[in-house]
Design a protein. Structure first.
Length: 254
């Protein structure tokens, strides 16, 4: 059974889809993440998410990183984490994760597959982190429940304040005459957690580094061919820059 917040999340997220006729004309998938965009920094950035996870780890413990990408979330905990498990449905992300863990000398594992379906393979950890994945998820209830079930001490989720692609909505109108519903926000996610009986502590903050926003990448996201990159670059001048506001959601499980 799902409540109104989960239903709202489902509708807002489903409204972010690309109509099949636009997708059919795309030369490259607008959805696949490039591991190079998610490389973990050599020195971890001091963020509320890192501080919350270090607090849960205390003197040490194991970590599960769900939707690990290049491992930015997990590798920020090196020194305190005794073992890292990266879960991702892209093998190329797991390859970058494993390479990063080896370079840092941390015991690690990887699990290939979609959360929450692969939760049984991932097992439990002291701390579960899940950064910048919620906005890829439609069924947030089972996704978040599985995060909680896997965490012996607590969960730390980081997300942008609103759907990461919402800043491109004016360009979808301009290039495809596609009008989207409003984006799902942190408040919407917190509402779903409340329906699950989870009271998350929420910290809002501004990212130092703006997320990726170059014209070539935006052209691909808009399902346009590379020869239109100049036109896209000009159109980007007319919209506000990509927002940097993020939120850390933390809850204890044990
Ligand atoms: C935006 S990236 C964030 C990567 C990393 N957590 C970070 O903060 O840099 C999202 C990652 O989650 C993965 N992903 C998205 N949905 C997933 C799911 N349901 N199960 C497993 N991985 C997922 C993607 O393949 C991608 O690597």
């Amino acid at each position: 059974m799902t409540g109104p917040a989960a239903q709202r999340w489902r509708e807002l997220q489903s409204g972010r889809g690309v109509p099949p006729e636009i997708l059919a004309r795309a030369v490259a998938s607008p959805w696949v993440h490039d591991p190079r965009d998610f490389a973990a920094p050599a020195e971890p950035v001091d963020t509320p998410s890192r501080r919350a996870a270090l607090d849960l780890l205390g003197h040490g413990g194991t970590v599960l990183d769900i939707g690990c990408g290049g491992g930015a979330g997990a590798f920020a905990l090196v020194g305190r984490a005794t073992h890292l498990t990266g879960v991702d449905h892209q093998q190329d992300m797991l390859d970058v994760f494993a390479e990063g863990a080896r370079a840092r000398g941390v015991p690690h594992d990887t699990v290939l597959g979609r959360w929450p379906e692969v939760a049984p393979d991932a097992g439990e950890a002291d701390v579960v982190v899940c950064h910048h994945v919620l906005h890829n998820v439609v069924e947030l209830g089972p996704f978040a429940e599985a995060l909680s079930a896997a965490a012996r001490r607590g969960v730390v989720v980081e997300m942008l304040a609103q759907h990461p692609m919402a800043w491109l909505d004016p360009l979808w109108v301009r290039f495809h005459d596609l009008h989207r519903p409003p984006p799902a926000t942190t408040d919407d996610a917190v509402g779903v957690l409340v329906e699950l009986g989870i009271r998350a502590e929420v910290t809002s903050w501004e990212r130092e580094k703006p997320p990726k926003q170059d014209a070539e990448w935006v052209t691909r996201r808009l399902c346009l061919p590379p020869e239109r990159v100049g036109e896209v670059a000009a159109a980007m001048e007319e919209i506000p820059p990509r927002p940097r506001m993020a939120a850390t959601l933390t809850w204890r499980t044990g």
